[in-house]
Design a protein around this ligand. Structure first.
Ligand SMILES: Nc1ncnc2c1ncn2[C@@H]1O[C@H](COP(=O)(O)OP(=O)(O)OP(=O)(O)O)[C@@H](O)[C@H]1O
Ligand SMILES: [Mg+2]
Length: 265
């Protein structure tokens, strides 16, 4: 379109006149949403990630969602996943329900951008705590403002599938269900966290299950922690019941009561 600058024009004006579009983003046609996501500020961060050696090039989108887009990036020695949180969205779930009340985030910048940056930083910190406690998650590498870089999780040469679309045998589902129970328990007891968005969408499979999407995870002292834990276990046990685990919801309630016994007056 005449007169309209695309992201590549902007980046080359701003940073480097010799910048080539295929050095910034491979396969630009597949970046349908790039005009919106690759605004000036995001390009600046991507540029910084490149010049500091965290990524070499953004390769292709893995997921374009309402809250964040996730891209596969090439690095010096392999790949990374780059999660870009939208700063323009008005449909973002209520972030503050998961930030306020988490004692780790008492003093934050409450502007719209400030809240989104906190959200990205919170996902980084949560993944870091989980990784340090040997929970299977993508290792976080760096967070800059609203952009998080983490390990890229793949399976059979493609981005790892969500459990929701995975085909598996009864035995495999049974062992994945055990993994869920073990993981939720370890998250609570070792990391002192409740995931708060646990579902068949947020567990990937790379030969084994691996947990993702930790921005909303809250400290166990959060006033809604029990409610989130109950919801997590209700949703995930419902999925495993559909996969043939007969007593999943019972086991799920048992775990909730064990981890967070209801207070009696
Ligand atoms: N590290 C990763 N490696 C490979 N694929 C990933 C990785 N992280 C996320 N994905 C893919 O991107 C999808 C969206 O990621 P995630 O769940 O973290 O974002 P989200 O907050 O749910 O975003 P939205 O709600 O906007 O869709 C995942 O379901 C998964 O398919
Ligand atoms: Mg998700």
């Amino acid at each position: 379109m005449a007169g309209k600058k695309d992201v590549f024009d902007i980046v080359s004006e701003k940073f480097d006149r010799r910048w080539k579009r295929d050095e910034l983003i491979v396969d630009a046609e597949r970046f349908k949403t790039y005009d919106e996501v690759f605004d000036h500020q995001n390009l600046e961060i991507i540029y910084r990630l490149m010049t500091r050696g965290h990524i070499k090039v953004l390769e292709c989108p893995i997921s374009t969602g309402k809250e964040a887009n996730v891209y596969k990036a090439k690095t010096e020695d392999g790949f990374a996943a780059v999660k870009i949180f939208r700063t323009s969205t008005s449909t973002f779930r209520s972030f503050t329900d998961y930030i306020d009340g988490d004692r780790r985030f008492n003093r934050i910048d409450r502007s719209h951008r400030g809240i989104i940056y906190t959200w990205a930083r919170k996902e980084f910190i949560n993944l870091d705590v989980m990784r340090n406690n040997r929970i299977r998650v993508p290792s976080p590498r760096i967070v800059m403002k609203n952009i998080l870089v983490m390990d890229y999780i793949s399976y059979e040469g493609a981005p790892a599938p969500q459990l929701r679309i995975l085909k598996a045998t009864d035995d495999e589902w049974a062992s994945m269900w055990k993994w869920v129970l073990k993981t939720v328990k370890a998250l609570f007891e070792k990391c002192e966290l409740v995931h708060a968005d646990l579902s068949e969408y947020n567990i990937l499979y790379d030969g084994k299950p691996i947990l993702i999407d930790a921005g909303q995870a809250v400290h166990i002292t959060h006033p809604s922690a029990r409610q989130f834990l109950e919801r997590d276990m209700r949703i995930i046990s419902h999925f495993f019941e559909k996969k043939g685990i007969e007593n999943a919801s019972e086991k799920a309630s048992d775990l909730v009561s064990k981890l967070m016994p209801e207070k009696k007056d």
